[in-house]
Write a new protein. Structure first.
Length: 187
């Protein structure tokens, strides 16, 4: 007779929120598949890309009741063991009372070598399951490349863009030149 092993589901979002509230401010943690993970400090290159992306998206959504916000967690009602912190979140509506956005319309991850497999694996699967999400961007650091996951009436579609391309973002209401994301970044 075969025995099935039951996996401990790990920490749930409510438990994580209570746990992380007691952590020092200089520590940044995210919850991935029930496990709290300490986030390493980002490189200057990473942060410049995040800054460019946040600035461009903020300009795009300003006046529409939406904001582009770096560094806030995204929990989901359907996956209670995840609260990742993407690099940029676009959401609409009243300001959040805490650092948890349950209603993002766009999420962007800037890939880091140390987190690339997690960002392109577990986190991508998680983001694509968020009901409010319309666009998920994966932004590369080591080359000027942006992958775009877009939710349509037939489900998710995928496209890749490089310098010279413009990413149409009707969901937040605009266009994003790939070159603008990499402004002041040398390759």
């Amino acid at each position: 007779m075969a025995l099935a092993l039951r996996r401990d589901p790990g920490m749930r979002v409510a438990e994580y929120q209570a746990w992380v509230a007691d952590r020092p401010d200089e520590e940044r943690w995210e919850l991935i598949d029930g496990e709290p993970l300490l986030m390493a400090p980002q490189s200057e290159r990473h942060q410049l890309i995040v800054l460019n992306l946040t600035r461009r998206l903020s300009d795009m959504v300003r006046g529409r009741g939406c904001r582009a916000i770096p560094g806030i967690a995204v929990p989901s009602d359907t996956m209670d063991t995840f609260a990742p912190i993407p690099d940029v979140v676009v959401r609409c509506g009243p300001p959040l009372k805490d650092g948890y956005a349950r209603d993002p319309i766009l999420v962007a991850e800037v890939l880091s070598p140390s987190t690339m497999s997690r960002d392109r694996g577990l986190k991508t699967d998680f983001y694509l399951g968020i009901a409010s999400l319309r666009v998920f961007l994966i932004v590369y650091q080591d080359e000027p490349r942006v992958e775009v996951w877009r939710r349509g009436s037939e489900g998710w579609s995928f496209g890749a863009h490089t310098v010279g391309d413009v990413v149409e973002l009707p969901e937040p209401g605009g266009r994003l030149a790939v070159a603008d994301i990499y402004d002041d970044i040398a390759f």
